[in-house]
Design a protein around this ligand. Structure first.
Ligand SMILES: Nc1ncnc2c1ncn2[C@@H]1O[C@H](COP(=O)(O)OP(=O)(O)OP(=O)(O)O)[C@@H](O)[C@H]1O
Ligand SMILES: [Mg+2]
Length: 485
């Protein structure tokens, strides 16, 4: 199918010129001189790229851009402007334009720009589901789809379009669950290497000495358990792409070996002398700050420089609320089908609750929340009650928010204690203070440990008490203390 390009300009000469320039590019061109007709064309034809003049009768180019983006958020729009474009450019880019071009323009540049805008659009159609115009068929609706139409994600799709085909090493950063692995796969499946292997290695899941042989292989007898020669991931993946997840967990020795592969594409198997040459593209991911690891001498500076040439930062979900409804819609369909349910919607209250939630575990947490809600739900519409954990946490956060309006913890505990106080006094006569105060202390410390993933250092910091004091209380109350590092 040919790609479609819409051009809107009220100047016939410009239209003719663009038609001539682009006619050889195997595109279906739609020429319009009126804003409303152009918008109807976007609805009807779903073009991949639109080139819009800033000044057309009736509407400003910016208005057309905004309306066009409402119809199809994934449309790549190039804005043509005849005057100093600074403010226009900022506003147009904010409203989701792909790029700006100033008249008079060089036709070669324009053609290149259209090509790039087209690639970005094709990519976003492949990896994005908007929930309205571009319906993704059930067959395409799989777990490899990547969704988002927030400005942050649009920038990411554009950048994927720009770098996928290059051979450059890519670093993907972002909090846990933001989609780093999915993005790595999107880069791979849009690259020239898509018909070659893609192998993922999680550097945190494999002990340090085994990681070396996992990546680079070993010779027979290289160490006690090396009964035969083993080919490592780099060799298996020759011609392909290797995804090194949690690269921050790699030991300094392995980092050195990796740097050499990046620089010369060469390495030796563990216990071997033969130098092996491979052609592998590396995509690495981390949820830790490599820069602060460099400062702590836990990550090599030279490797950091090599890796960060092209860096993607996936923003946390809480910073791109507009993606939440799209993701909910996507996961709702996915899990309804999977669990054989007929749930099509989420009620407005629950949607608002999920939009405002903190999502510490980002998209993975949202995905799991929808999965269990779909399993638990009785009706056809998800409500707040189908998200009990989130609902409780949101209610709790509201109570704490209100504390600044004159309420205090004292009032909260007074309300909790009041209905029980007679019973407490009867049962613990002579020991009321110790019983209640230590009960509160035990609950608080246990919850703080839970919030810190049972890490004592973080829990002590969170509580603002010394580690000795925390250890003492864990012992005294018989709490599950977790780990100390
Ligand atoms: N934009 C997205 N659209 C749809 N699903 C997504 C998106 N981003 C992430 N997911 C889903 O969320 C889950 C977590 O994604 P992924 O494993 O890529 O995150 P991660 O950043 O690698 O997390 P971690 O740091 O914990 O390894 C996966 O199930 C993935 O399919
Ligand atoms: Mg991951």
């Amino acid at each position: 199918m040919k790609s479609k390009v819409l051009i809107l300009d009220d100047d016939t000469m410009t239209l003719d010129m663009l038609e001539n320039a682009l006619s050889a590019s195997n595109l279906d061109l739609f020429l319009e001189n009126d804003a409303d007709k152009a918008l109807s064309c976007i609805k009807r034809e779903q073009p991949n790229v639109a080139i819009l003049d800033m000044r057309v009768p009736g509407k400003s180019g910016l208005e057309v851009l905004k309306d066009a983006k409402k119809i199809d958020p994934g449309l790549s729009v190039i804005i043509m402007t005849g005057y100093s474009p600074t403010q226009t450019a900022i506003e147009a880019m904010k409203s989701g334009a792909y790029d700006i071009i100033t008249k008079p323009f060089d036709l070669h540049n324009l053609k290149r720009l259209v090509q790039k805008a087209l690639e970005s659009n094709l990519l976003s159609r492949k990896v994005r589901f908007t929930g309205n115009l571009i319906q993704v068929s059930d067959a395409e609706h799989n777990e490899d789809l990547m969704i988002g139409s927030s400005p942050e994600m649009m920038e990411i799709w554009k950048m994927v379009g720009r770098v996928a085909d290059s051979e450059a090493t890519v670093l993907v950063t972002g909090e846990t669950g933001t989609g780093k692995e999915l993005l790595a796969r999107a880069i791979y499946s849009n690259s020239k290497r898509r018909n070659r292997p893609f192998l993922a290695v999680n550097c945190a899941a494999i002990p340090e000495n085994l990681l070396e042989s996992e990546l680079f292989g070993h010779e027979k007898g290289a160490f006690t358990d090396a009964h035969s020669r083993r080919i490592g991931k780099f060799e298996q993946c020759n011609g392909g792409t290797i995804f090194l997840d949690e690269i921050g967990e790699m030991s300094l020795a392995n980092q050195g070996k990796l740097l050499r592969v990046l620089e010369t594409q060469e390495f030796e198997r563990v216990g071997g002398n033969e130098t092996i040459k491979v052609d592998v593209r590396i995509v690495a991911a981390t949820n830790r700050s490599l820069l602060s690891m460099v400062k702590d001498k836990a990550f090599r500076l030279d490797l950091f420089y090599r890796l960060r040439v092209i860096t993607f930062y996936l923003p946390p979900l809480r910073d791109r609320q507009e993606d939440v409804p799209l993701l909910i819609d996507f996961f709702l369909r996915m899990y309804s089908r999977k669990h054989g349910k007929q749930i099509k919607e989420i009620c407005a209250g629950a949607l608002e609750m999920l939009k405002g939630y903190y999502w510490e575990g980002n998209i993975r947490e949202l995905q799991n929340a929808i999965n269990s809600a779909v399993v638990l739900a009785n009706g056809n519409v998800l409500t707040e009650d189908d998200f009990p954990v989130i609902n409780n946490s949101v209610q709790g956060a509201k109570i704490v928010e209100q504390l600044s309006d004159g309420k205090s913890y004292e009032e909260i505990f007074r309300n909790v204690l009041r209905p029980m106080i007679d019973g407490i006094c009867r049962k613990h006569n002579g020991n009321v203070y110790e019983t209640v105060a230590s009960g509160l202390e035990k609950a608080l410390i246990d919850l703080a440990l839970e919030c810190s993933g049972r890490n004592q250092v973080s829990a002590a910091k969170l509580l603002g008490i010394s580690r000795n004091k925390l250890r003492d209380r864990i012992e005294r109350f018989g709490l599950h203390g977790g780990n100390v590092s």
